[in-house]
Write a protein that binds this ligand. Structure first.
Ligand code: GLN
Length: 548
């Protein structure tokens, strides 16, 4: 009989209250008690994956080693659990329906009528079981996206309900709800949570544990109210107030004894208690630290009057991990690429000197390109530490080709439709074919590829390795026909893919830190194991900070 346990995490009242981080934190606690944990994210939309979604609307598109373009919560799980996840850890309505339809076409249902219920929830259960079998995890956490009461996620709740009846002793439900404190009343209100628990009950699910998200901790009175009205013992009403750093959340949950309450429900006992490293990390985060100022020049953070930082989540986290390693706190500034082209650009460019390091992250399409190129030129000429990620690498090469190699109007074929003389960044032939037939979804160069590093380079020093594996998400590449002229002008080709000979890393000499990578190192940074390139970048930013 299976001993594997399934914990479903669903949310109520509203989205955006941190279900992903809460799920990752629950996993962290169970891990610290000596159990193997994995996590699955369910997104209730029809998209097969997150790759075709606009990052302003949906946040960062995270990429796994196996090349799945998925929700940023998989990044949260990887960072908290320090585990490498796969395509199986990500479910969408699109994926589930696609599998059911494909199976039907192959007579997989042996001629019977295939129905939304139970065939869709059954497919969901099959997929959850597949992860359980493959990972051999003691706990499989399953986060159901959206909020209860939405039409969209009801089939996933149905799957959760069905699994509970099939394996009553192996399934637990955790409900994350929001408790508002309206300004004009000044009191924390429990009614919206009570109502959403009723909605969950209507779906045939009784929560075992409620996590009460609010700006403040839940007091005894609120806990009592929720306990009585939602049928959950007081000990299982867990307070989850806002915190300064997400990495504090597992520690807060532990203060409320969440881990032991979960184990108690399953009749299990902690095997160990290994939380020291995480506690030390949080201590570092909360201590007073010196500041390092990092500017990110991008375009995906302006949403009307608001600034949305979700599009670059892994980049932000990677910067923090590296800075904390040196006991610094990063002050991250969002610099719109539009500032560096047109009217005020000279003044704005000069202001780049106030930062200790500049990053140009990934991006698509021609908007904002010239501003980014101008900012990169300024970093190159003024010796400001620069890290270019994917598009940030491609633009560094374009800038260098134009201004150092004098290849006038050198460009990427992504940004111009007509034929150009110096297509310094170009599309691979097989990618060109895909675009012609509009095969956009899941077809970029995706996931882990190996990169061979040249000795005596900044990258070799940072990694202390000569072969690494990094994750990709792009269609365009440095055009090898121009490699020689770039090298003649002292650009260093510091990393190549050993099979395809594609350029993976470029660097500049006589500069404190100027590195561009075709891959996305940010995806692999973990709080207790910062990424080597981010570490080296922050190190040189700190050095600049001291010289200022
Ligand atoms: N738009 C560029 C490409 O497709 C860069 C992609 C990225 O930055 N992720 O190659």
């Amino acid at each position: 009989m299976t001993r594997q346990k399934y914990i479903f995490v669903a949310g109520g009242v509203m989205s955006g209250v941190g279900k992903g981080i809460a799920t990752a934190s629950i996993g962290k606690i169970l891990q610290s008690k000596g159990f193997k944990v994995t996590a699955i994210k369910i997104d209730p939309y029809i998209n097969v994956d997150a790759g075709t979604m606009n990052p302003i609307e949906h946040g960062e598109i995270f990429v796994t080693d196996d090349g799945t373009e998925c929700d940023q919560d998989l990044g949260n799980y990887e960072r908290f659990l320090d585990e490498t996840l796969t395509s199986d850890n990500y479910l969408t309505t699109g994926r589930v329906y696609q599998a059911v339809i494909n199976k039907e076409r192959k007579l997989g249902y042996h001629g019977r009528c295939v129905e939304v219920v139970p065939d869709i929830p059954n497919e969901v259960i099959t997929r959850i079981k597949k992860v359980a079998k493959k990972t051999k995890a003691d706990f499989i956490l399953i986060e159901i996206g959206g909020t209860v009461g939405e039409y969209q996620n009801s089939l996933f709740l149905e799957a959760a309900r069905m699994l509970k009846i099939l394996e009553p002793n192996n399934v637990l439900f955790i409900f994350i709800s929001y408790l508002p404190i309206p300004e004009n009343i000044g009191e924390m209100k429990t009614k919206p949570t009570q109502t959403s628990v009723r909605l969950l009950n209507e779906a045939g699910i009784q929560p075992d544990i409620i996590l009460g998200r609010s700006s403040l901790p839940l007091d005894a009175l609120r806990k009592k109210k929720l306990s009585i009205s939602c049928n959950v013992v007081k000990e299982n009403i867990i307070s989850a107030p806002d915190v300064k750093s997400i990495y504090e959340i597992p520690i807060n949950f532990e203060k409320e004894h969440l881990g032991n309450q979960i184990l108690k429900k399953f009749g299990l006992k902690a095997k160990t208690h290994q939380f020291k490293n995480w506690q030390n990390l949080v201590k570092t985060i909360k201590s007073n630290k010196k500041i390092v100022k990092i500017g990110i020049v991008g375009k995906y953070f302006e949403s009307g009057q608001f600034i949305l930082l979700d599009s670059y989540l892994s980049v932000i986290e990677a910067i923090k991990h590296a800075a904390w390693y040196f006991k610094f706190e990063p002050d991250i500034y969002w610099l719109s690429s539009a500032n560096y082209e047109g009217k005020n650009s000279i003044k704005c460019l000069k202001e780049l000197k106030n930062y200790d390091g500049i990053i140009v992250p990934g991006g698509f399409g021609p908007r904002g390109i010239n501003g980014k190129i101008n900012a990169i030129k300024f970093c190159r000429e003024n010796k400001i530490p620069y890290l270019g990620l994917c598009l940030g690498m491609q633009l560094a090469v374009i800038e260098f080709a134009r201004n150092v190699c004098h290849l006038k109007n050198a460009n990427s074929t992504e940004f111009v439709t007509k034929k150009i003389q110096y297509p310094i960044i170009d599309i691979m032939p097989e990618q060109k074919k895909l675009l012609r037939i509009k095969a956009y979804g899941g077809t970029m160069r995706l996931g882990a590829y190996s990169c061979q590093i040249s000795p005596n380079t900044i990258s070799a020093k940072a990694y202390n390795l000569l072969e690494v594996s990094e994750r990709h998400r792009h269609r365009y590449e440095l055009n090898n026909n121009f490699r020689e002229i770039l090298e003649q002008h002292n650009m260093v080709i510091a990393g190549i893919n050993p099979k395809s000979n594609l350029v993976e890393i470029i660097e500049l000499k006589n500069h404190p830190f100027f590195v561009g990578v075709q891959f996305h190192p940010e995806y692999k940074s973990r709080p207790l194991n910062p990424h080597p390139l981010f570490k080296e970048f922050i190190k040189s930013a700190i050095r600049k900070h001291h010289h200022n």
